[in-house]
Design a protein around this ligand. Structure first.
Ligand SMILES: Nc1ncnc2c1ncn2[C@@H]1O[C@H](COP(=O)(O)OP(=O)(O)OP(=O)(O)O)[C@@H](O)[C@H]1O
Length: 263
């Protein structure tokens, strides 16, 4: 339970990843060391190409680090993937257009072999969790972009993994919808106690959501600052106007500026 155990769920030590490309080696991550504790909400922020997505993909065993060690729930990322230790939300909702919303959410459950009754129960629960009760029978094109993204979050939550990895899930949405989904995500996090890793380009989003903000710089992707948020867990949107919020945002901006190449 959150608050009771602060066990480390994700542990990266001196992680390196160099891609070999036709144009030569691209060092995407260099010496990344980070512990993420159970129940943490950790955002990764940094300029394009600094390795945020690559780091998330390493956790999800979608990329293979070329150096260092990485464990997820004490397992290798590959073992954690097989143990369904995390749900993954991509930048685009990625819903199958020929399946209903419920059908999309059910898909991982079908693959995992849940009984039909269990599938139905879980779909109902996660639809409620993301505030889409009653929309299970609709097709993706009948929903707004924000609703589609909520459905994709529901799909990632359907098998109730303790860890949720989110790669810029709200990047393509307008600001009002994004604000609303940020609020909803915080409520969901408070209700479920999940550990969340969240990639974003937005300073206000990172500061509003996170218990810790990881600032990264490019060439090669390194962690340049880790900011522990002093903000209370209960965060109305207007907390963004408080001096405490603005102070953290300032520190993030300074960190980004220090690592920026401007080319
Ligand atoms: N499969 C790959 N092969 C070669 N290079 C790659 C591969 N995946 C990523 N890279 C490179 O690694 C670096 C880090 O990419 P990554 O997508 O992790 O950055 P990012 O911080 O998530 O960027 P963005 O904010 O634009 O999504 C970039 O220079 C990118 O071009």
């Amino acid at each position: 339970m959150k608050g009771v155990s602060q066990a480390t769920v994700i542990e990266a030590k001196n992680l390196d990843l160099t891609f070999q490309t036709n144009d030569g080696a691209v060092q995407a991550l260099s010496g990344v060391t980070l512990d993420i504790a159970a129940g943490d909400f950790v955002s990764f922020i940094g300029p394009s190409g600094c390795g945020k997505t690559t780091f998330l993909r390493c956790i999800a065993a979608l990329e293979q680090p070329t150096g260092g060690t990485l464990t997820v729930n004490g397992m290798t990322p590959e073992e954690a993937r097989k143990a369904r230790a995390y749900g993954y939300v991509f930048q685009a909702a990625g819903l199958y257009p020929w399946r209903t919303i419920a059908g999309n959410i059910r898909l991982p459950l079908e693959i995992m072999g849940f009984s039909r009754a269990e599938q139905a129960e879980r779909v109902k629960n996660v639809l409620e969790l993301v505030d889409l009760a009653g929309f299970g029978g609709k097709f993706p094109w009948q929903l707004s972009g924000g609703m589609q993204q909520r459905a994709s979050i529901a799909r990632a939550l359907s098998f109730d993994a303790d860890i949720l990895l989110m790669d810029e899930p709200f990047g393509a949405l307008d600001e009002i919808v994004r604000d609303h989904l940020n609020e909803e995500l915080l409520k969901l996090w408070a209700r479920t106690g999940k550990t969340i890793g969240f990639v974003t380009h937005s300073i206000p989003e990172a500061v509003y959501l996170s218990t810790r903000i990881v600032v990264m710089s490019p060439r090669p992707g390194r962690i340049t600052d880790v900011i522990e948020s002093p903000l209370p867990k209960d965060r109305p949107l207007d907390i963004r106007d408080t001096p405490e919020f603005l102070e953290i945002a300032h520190r993030v901006r300074e960190g980004l500026r220090a690592g920026h190449a401007y080319d």
